[in-house]
Design a protein around this ligand. Structure first.
Ligand code: DLL
Length: 437
């Protein structure tokens, strides 16, 4: 794969210079928000904050946090920093409750966003020779259009096929010689499974690179995706969220030792999600991000609810940009079961590698009496095992013991028929929480 750096000036900048640039941009952002966003102005007045009070980067701790609830409360355009006519694009994400979160981009914002995506696409191995199939749904979701413009910027050939229609995806992939795919990890795996089921040899594909993201992908899951596609297929993990432009906030390089952050655009902190205290560098907690360059809907100290830690050491790839660890879980997706924190990613790591079962699983949480129970439902690869009681029982015990030793709580394992767990073309839904039902 190609090992280029899209913007060496920014991605390989000395840390002291990067921090100076971030400070300058932070002051400008605070001043901008004070003058243009009533929501921030009111908070600043209440807290006695003005841009000239920001002297060093750590003064960011005096600024207020922004949450998804703030966006919902100001729905639809209440947090925009410009007149609606200056907004050239709107995206939105539908939450499970309440109003969707709506975000707007000025022309300049779209330019920054494409630049951010150009960096992660290059870090993941794409370049002007790439032929890319974008399998994210085009529409209000930021994944497809975000990757689209970033990939066009680096000169790749983009096929905006969108999500779904698996047979057509596979046909185009073969006929066009597609070498790069943009998708969620679960859909990328599903495509490989479908190709195999249709009896098509993997030799018919030229797929080399997967720019995957939008949902978690453990190293174990990644290995499985790469193995299913074969032929040296290489997967990178890419992170972002619509409130912070979309994809492009960070992405892995070929060394895959953390996702490189576009630090000239995003100032990241890690906090204790319960107390709100800022943690020391390298500690694990909730990621909080300030978008230093966004003007359509500026974002100060946005609480992502995603759990990670950040490594500020330069990477051997040549980039000096800080790297955030793969998302460990979400503070609100984190299941508290009998006092123990459980992240679906822990279960995924334990399951993958057991040869008799597929990579599709569900965590089902119930309340029985005063106690919570966790059932883990996994699919068998060979359905005929369901008739072989002895083998089935031994397998169930093996999975049970493996997960129990990781989580430290009692669980129930259910083995299900092949293809009985729902497949997703977008983000996979792994948790069914029935406690309040
Ligand atoms: O998922 C943006 C995106 C699109 C990123 C395409 C990468 C590729 P939202 O729909 O707003 O935006 O969802 C944001 O998805 O807070 C995380 O919880 C989760 N997420 C995104 N990327 C990753 C990742 C897009 N690489 C939410 N690993 C975030 C784990 C991820 N979780």
């Amino acid at each position: 794969m190609v090992k280029k750096i899209w913007n060496p000036e920014m991605e390989c900048m000395k840390r002291a210079d990067m921090e100076a640039l971030q400070l300058e941009r932070l002051k400008a952002l605070v001043d901008y928000c004070d003058k243009n966003v009533k929501f921030y102005h009111d908070r600043f007045v209440k807290m006695g904050i003005t841009a000239d009070k920001i002297k060093v980067l750590s003064d960011i701790q005096y600024l207020p946090y922004t949450t998804k609830a703030d966006l919902r409360d100001t729905y639809p355009f209440g947090m925009f920093g410009v007149d609606r006519r200056e907004i050239v694009r709107i995206h939105a994400s539908s939450g499970t409750t309440g109003n969707p979160t709506v975000v707007g981009y000025t022309k300049e914002d779209l330019g920054h966003w494409a630049e951010q995506v150009a960096r992660i696409a290059t870090a993941g191995g794409a370049d002007e020779n790439s032929l890319v199939q974008i399998c994210f749904g085009y529409g209000l979701f930021t994944g497809a259009l975000g990757l689209h413009y970033g990939l066009e910027k680096i000169g790749a050939t983009v096929v905006p096929i969108s999500s779904g229609n698996t047979e057509k995806q596979l046909k185009f992939m073969r006929d066009f010689g597609t070498d790069t795919i943009v998708a969620t990890p679960s859909y990328c795996l599903y495509l490989a499974e479908s190709a195999r089921e249709m009896g098509i040899s993997m030799e018919n594909y030229n797929l080399k690179i997967g720019l995957l993201g939008s949902e978690g992908c453990t190293p174990e899951m990644r290995d499985q995706i790469e193995e299913r596609w074969g032929n040296g297929f290489f997967v990178s993990d890419n992170y972002g969220m619509s409130e912070l432009n979309g994809p492009g906030l960070s992405g892995e390089c070929y060394l895959r030792d953390g996702m490189h952050i576009a630090e000239d655009h995003f100032l990241c902190e890690v906090i204790n999600s319960e107390t709100g205290d800022v943690l020391d560098k390298g500690e694990t907690g909730e990621l909080v991000v300030t978008n230093l360059t966004k003007r359509g809907i500026p974002m100060i100290r946005y609480r992502t609810k995603d759990i990670t830690y950040i490594n500020y050491e330069p990477c051997e790839c040549g980039r000096t940009s800080a790297r955030m660890h793969k998302i460990i879980g979400r503070s609100d997706d984190m299941l508290k079961i009998r006092g123990v924190n459980v992240f679906p990613s822990q279960v995924e790591s334990a399951l993958i590698g057991i040869s008799e079962i597929g990579p599709h699983y569900l965590l089902i949480v119930r309340r029985e009496g005063y106690s919570d129970t966790l059932e883990i439902k996994v699919e068998l690869i060979d359905g005929s095992l369901l008739d072989k009681y002895g083998i089935l029982e031994a397998l169930q015990r093996k999975i049970h013991d493996r997960i129990k030793s990781i989580l430290g709580i009692e669980i129930k394992v259910t083995l299900a028929e092949p293809k009985s767990i729902e497949r997703f073309t977008g983000k996979a839904q792994r948790v069914v929480d029935l406690r309040n039902k």
